[in-house]
Design a protein around this ligand. Structure first.
Ligand SMILES: O=C(O)CCC(=O)C(=O)O
Length: 298
């Protein structure tokens, strides 16, 4: 584990906590020490260069939409998941950076577990949008204390593919069917409500101009999407880390991509596979990564 700070550069304030609860999303400027961003840069490069750990979403969209495939020399949207499970640099970030404490504060949790991480890179000129979706339908979890932290490694704005969030949608009480991320068709066999048709200019959408050091956190039930990267020169590199807090239970959702600890294939066979209804407790597949300091209300 590198000796990098576990505390955010500044505390998350009351207005930010209130915004997260009201809107289902909050932009936290200037909370991540630059050392963590330096720490991630090489591992992200290695991940996007390795087709065994990232998926070419540009090619996937071409195949799914049966359009102009195969895409040749097109700028690509590359996305991977669960890097922390095989790469100690990602594991250090997901477990030892300020993100778990930030999630704990926003979710008003006593403890925080890591669910998964994800690399999300849109190279300059990437035409793929990330279509409207809700994370909860992909997660084999149930509860209200579940969130995604989105960490930009580059300045990101509307031109380069900022994520936009449908404010208040986390309060719908609905779990939406997961889709292919770059086309709106639902994953085969997946359960849940259809993702609603929402006008592009719906005033509930909010997006943020962000810089390295900022973190955007959204509730797992918040609908969100991201644009293509229309810049010809600027990359859009980001890492998402997803956490859950106390009160969360496992819920194995048909049709959503599974995890090794759901079927018992995790290498630590002392731990039984999890089942629907089990509370999330410390487990190598979903480790506890933060505990509220004694006597702290933050
Ligand atoms: O970065 C993107 O394009 C989408 C990110 C996202 O949907 C997420 O992290 O939950």
């Amino acid at each position: 584990m590198p000796d990098l700070p576990a505390a955010p550069l500044r505390p998350v304030d009351d207005d930010e906590v209130a915004a997260f609860r009201r809107d289902g999303v909050v932009h936290l400027p200037g909370v991540l020490p630059a050392a963590w961003l330096d720490h991630l840069a090489g591992p992200v490069e290695a991940a996007v260069a390795d087709p065994t750990v990232t998926t070419d979403m540009t090619a996937l969209r071409a195949v799914l939409s049966d359009a102009d495939h195969p895409p040749v020399d097109r700028p690509r949207f590359l996305s991977g998941v669960d890097h922390w499970r095989h790469d100690p640099a990602f594991a250090a970030f997901a477990t030892g950076s300020p993100l778990p404490a930030i999630a704990g504060t926003l979710l008003d949790a006593q403890h925080i577990h890591l669910y998964e991480d994800s690399v999300l890179v849109k190279e300059p000129g990437t035409t793929e949008a990330t279509v409207l979706h809700q994370d909860l339908g992909y997660f084999h979890l149930e509860g209200d204390r579940i969130c995604t932290t989105w960490v930009p490694l580059d300045p990101v704005d509307a031109e380069t593919g900022a994520v936009s969030y449908l404010r208040g949608s986390h309060r719908s009480g609905l779990v939406h069917r997961p889709n292919w991320f770059v086309v709106g068709d639902p994953l085969p066999g997946a359960a849940g409500e259809s993702v609603p048709d929402v006008l592009d200019d719906d005033p509930r959408f909010v997006a943020f101009d962000v810089r390295p050091g900022d973190v955007v956190v959204h509730h797992a039930a918040t609908l969100h999407r991201a644009g293509p990267n229309r810049s010809t020169t600027r990359r859009r590199r980001a890492v998402s880390v997803r956490y859950c807090g106390d009160g969360t239970t496992h819920l194995l959702r048909l049709g959503s991509p599974g995890k090794p600890h759901h079927d018992g294939s995790h290498r630590d066979d002392v731990h039984a596979p999890v089942r629907s209804g089990d509370p999330v407790v410390d487990h190598p597949g979903c480790p506890m990564v933060w505990e509220r300091p004694v006597g702290s209300n933050r």
